[in-house]
Design a protein around this ligand. Structure first.
Ligand SMILES: *Cc1c(COP(=O)(O)O)cnc(C)c1O
Ligand SMILES: [Zn+2]
Length: 417
């Protein structure tokens, strides 16, 4: 069978070992079926350790990877006895070497590797910031061409820990456009010959790269955690954690109970929180995304403001929450800022806004009694260490190749077609 097969979650069709985003027949998600049913750790310094369950042939040698440690001070403050922190970012004292400072880099490394192995050319993506940074970095390391469309609000996040290479092409959206507009333009670019879309949650390499946070936790703790906390915008991290736990259950050595997903969004823009708490599988824009542009502007953690998350589809976040009896929280900016200060002071590392939302949801869960004090908890701090990084190196800002006034702008005005 090779190392893995990509199979459709709806009709079961087998697509083999290629770069592919969803089923031709029904557009459903694909999922990787790995030949190795037990996780066999490789001697690699970063996420390459988890090669058993990454949809690529060659082992990744990067030092970038998730780390897991047992919290003392923050745990004590909350009265929790088994709180583990999954940290994706830069914190060399703890062995964390993700220099773009978020778990998006866990998605970027396997995606670009799979693309290389599948013989495809340039990758196109839209990003509110962290994803763009991660893919620009891996493009610089590997020479793979990437086209990144960023809304104006994301430009301040477009820096790299090194001099960017010529393989990175950044397209800025003019002010007034949001992330949804960036997605529209990226979709048009991806249809050009020689280009391919990164596909977000539909991309199995992205999901399984992110799933390594759960794998690292299970290996470090010796079992799957009882609860998994994360702030979500697309929900891909939640889906990935769930899929990783399905594999860990099949492995047999890490327990049989799936971790309960406890996920948070940042108010006022919290469509999945609204739909899930209303018991709905469908996202209804009039109910869940009222006045979206205005709400998005008022949301502190902008990377969490995805308007088209993979929530309703088969194998999407609704399924992940259902199968794990999950919970969702709506977190205000005030709650996030309070948690950020507390966490940073007690744990000694700086957080990205989205991770402050994640930390705040754990505070809320403790308050509401949604976790027992002695439960085994994994808090996924999906991004942090930017301030720590600045002590060691100077971020270089990317300059845009072109600016797009609208998502409908003629493509010749942006790039050489
Ligand atoms: C992207 C991102 C999230 C949200 O991730 P999902 O794709 O919704 O799982 C959370 N935190 C940080 C730091 C991020 O960069
Ligand atoms: Zn299918």
């Amino acid at each position: 069978m090779g190392r893995f097969r990509l199979k459709c979650l709806k009709c079961g069709r087998d697509y083999g070992q290629t770069y592919r985003l969803g089923c031709d027949r029904d557009e459903a998600f694909l999922r990787a079926d790995y030949k190795e049913k037990q996780l066999k750790l490789r001697a690699q310094p970063g996420l390459g350790k988890f090669h058993s369950w990454l949809p690529i042939q060659e082992e990744l040698t990067t030092k970038a990877g998730p780390i897991t440690y047992k919290s003392e001070a923050f745990a004590k403050e909350l009265g929790l006895s088994k709180l583990y922190i999954g940290f994706s970012g830069y914190w060399p004292e703890k062995g964390a070497f993700i220099k773009t400072c978020s778990f998006k880099e866990l998605e970027a490394h396997p995606t670009i590797q799979l693309l290389k192995e599948s013989g495809r050319k340039a990758l196109v993506l839209a990003s509110a910031g962290n994803t763009g940074r991660a893919f620009a970095h891996v493009s610089t390391l590997t020479g793979t061409e990437v086209y990144i469309v960023v809304p104006d609000s994301g430009m301040s996040k477009m820096w790299l820990p090194e001099e960017p290479s010529k393989s990175v092409h950044l397209i800025q959206m003019a002010p007034g456009n949001d992330y949804a507009d960036a997605i529209k333009l990226a979709d048009r670019l991806a249809k050009l010959p020689g280009m391919v879309s990164e596909g977000g949650a539909r991309n199995v390499a992205r999901r399984d790269g992110m799933g390594t946070v759960m794998l690292d936790a299970a290996v470090t703790i010796g079992q799957m955690p009882d609860h998994y906390f994360q702030a979500v915008g697309s929900g891909t991290g939640g889906i990935s954690a769930w899929e990783a736990s399905l594999r860990l259950r099949e492995d047999g050595r890490f327990g049989t109970k799936l971790p309960k997903l406890q996920l948070a969004q940042n108010l006022p823009f919290a469509p999945m929180y609204r739909a899930w708490t209303a018991g709905r599988r469908e996202l209804v824009p009039e109910l869940d995304m009222m006045d979206a542009k205005k709400q998005i502007k008022e949301t502190y953690a902008t990377v969490l403001t995805n308007r088209t998350p993979p929530y309703s589809n088969i194998g999407g976040l609704y399924d992940a929450l259902s199968e794990t009896q999950g919970l969702m929280y709506g977190i205000t900016m005030k709650e996030a800022l309070k948690a950020k200060i507390l966490f940073e002071e007690l744990e000694g590392i700086d957080l990205l806004p989205a991770s402050a939302v994640g930390a705040a949801s754990l505070l809320k869960a403790v308050e509401l009694g949604s976790v027992k004090r002695d439960a085994c908890i994994l808090l996924n701090i999906a991004g942090g260490g930017v301030e720590r990084l600045k002590e060691d190196l100077t971020p270089r800002f990317l300059s845009p190749l072109a600016t797009a006034k609208t998502p409908e702008v003629p493509l010749e005005e942006l790039i050489e077609v």
